[in-house]
Design a protein around this ligand. Structure first.
Ligand code: ADP
Length: 283
C-alpha cells in the first residue's frame, strides 16, 4: 500500500542553519503518528513542509500520492491542517467560519450544508452554531478548528500541538474526537509536548532533536530498545535514572545494592525515554 506520508532525505535550511537534517520517514495509512521533540527540534517546520506551507531545501515529500513541490494542490485536497495558532475568525459565528471555509474549498450545496452539520455535530458545537467565535472557550475553538479542517473530507489530518493550553477534561474530550476520527479511517500526524497524549493516542512515535529523527517505533519498541525497567535514585535535589532491559532486571539490581536509601524501581515510560534521548525535559 502506498504511504500516507513519505519523506526521503528531507532538508530545510534557514539562514544557513539546517533546521531539518536528512529526515526520512514513512507514515502508513490509518496510523496515528506522534512527532515529539524539544522546542526548536524542527517538528513544526516538518509539518509545514509536508502541508505545502514551506518548501523543502532538498529531498522528496509525497503526501497521499502527491508530490508537495510538483502537485501542491493535490496534496491540499487530501489534507486537513490544524496549526498551533487559532486560525478561526473570531468576529464570525461558528457557522459562518464553517461556511466560509467550505466555500473556499468549492464544496457545493447541499453537500456543503450536510458536511457543516455533520462535523459541527461530531465536535458537539451544533448548539453554538450561531454564536460568535470570540465567545467560545479555548477547547471549543480548537474543536471548531478540527471540524473546519475536516469539511473537504481529507484523508490525512495534521494536528500541531492540538491540546496545548487546554484543561485536562477538555484535552481528554479532544483525544476521544481524534481517536474517533482515526477509527473512521483517518490517518493522523500530530505533534505534542504531552507524553500521556502520545501514550494514549499514537500507534507509532518519532522523536526529533536538532532537526534529526533520533528514535522511531511503537512505545513498546522504544521501551524494549531503551529498557523497560528503571531504577531511580535520589541524589540530593535530583533523580538519577538507570535503565534495565526488564523490570525484573531492575529489581535484581536494586536487591543487590547494599544501601537502598532513596532508590525505587518502576517500569519505564515515554517521558523517561524522551529525557534520556534528548538530555532535557520539555519546557
Ligand atoms: P519545533 O516545532 O520542534 O519547536 P521549529 O520547526 O518551529 O521547531 O523550529 C526549528 C528551528 O527552525 C528553530 O531553531 C527555529 O528558530 C527555526 N525556524 C523556524 N522557522 C523559521 C523561519 N521562518 N526562519 C528562520 N528560522 C526558522
Amino acid at each position: 500500500m502506498p504511504a500516507a506520508v513519505c519523506l526521503q532525505n528531507v532538508h530545510k535550511v534557514y539562514n544557513n542553519v539546517s533546521v531539518v537534517d536528512d529526515l526520512s520517514l514513512r507514515i502508513e495509512p490509518g496510523e496515528i503518528f506522534g512527532l515529539l521533540g524539544p522546542n526548536g527540534a524542527g517538528k513544526s517546520t516538518t509539518i509545514r513542509m509536508v502541508t505545502t506551507l514551506t518548501k523543502p531545501t532538498q529531498g522528496d515529500i509525497v503526501v497521499a500520492g502527491y508530490d508537495v513541490l510538483r502537485q501542491p494542490f493535490g496534496v491540499k485536497k487530501q489534507i486537513g491542517v490544524v496549526l498551533q495558532q487559532t486560525s478561526v475568525d473570531l468576529d464570525l459565528t461558528v457557522w459562518e467560519n464553517m461556511e466560509f471555509h467550505a466555500r473556499m474549498h468549492h464544496i457545493p450545496n447541499p453537500r456543503r450544508q450536510q458536511e457543516i452539520n455533520r462535523w459541527l455535530e461530531y465536535v458537539e458545537l451544533t448548539e453554538r452554531r450561531n454564536d460568535l467565535v470570540k465567545t467560545l472557550s479555548g477547547g471549543m475553538k480548537r474543536r471548531l478548528q478540527i471540524a473546519r479542517a475536516l469539511l473537504h473530507q481529507p484523508q490525512i489530518l495534521f494536528l500541531d500541538e492540538p491540546t496545548v493550553g487546554l484543561d485536562p477534561q477538555t484535552r481528554r474530550r479532544l483525544w476521544e474526537i481524534i481517536k474517533g476520527l482515526n477509527q473512521q479511517g483517518m490517518t493522523i500526524l500530530l505533534t505534542t509536548h504531552y507524553m500521556e497524549e502520545v501514550e494514549y493516542l499514537c500507534d507509532r512515535i518519532g522523536i526529533m532533536d536538532s532537526g534529526k529523527l533520533i528514535e522511531l517505533g511503537t512505545l513498546e519498541e522504544l521501551r524494549q530498545r531503551r529498557g523497560a525497567g528503571l531504577v531511580m535514585k535520589q541524589e540530593s535535589e535530583r533523580w538519577d535514572y538507570k535503565f534495565f532491559p526488564t523490570l525484573e532486571d531492575a529489581r535484581l539490581y536494586l536487591e543487590h545494592q547494599p544501601d537502598k536509601t532513596g532508590m525505587m524501581v518502576r517500569p519505564s515510560n515515554l517521558e523517561d525515554i524522551f529525557v534520556e534521548l534528548t538530555g532535557r525535559n520539555l519546557d
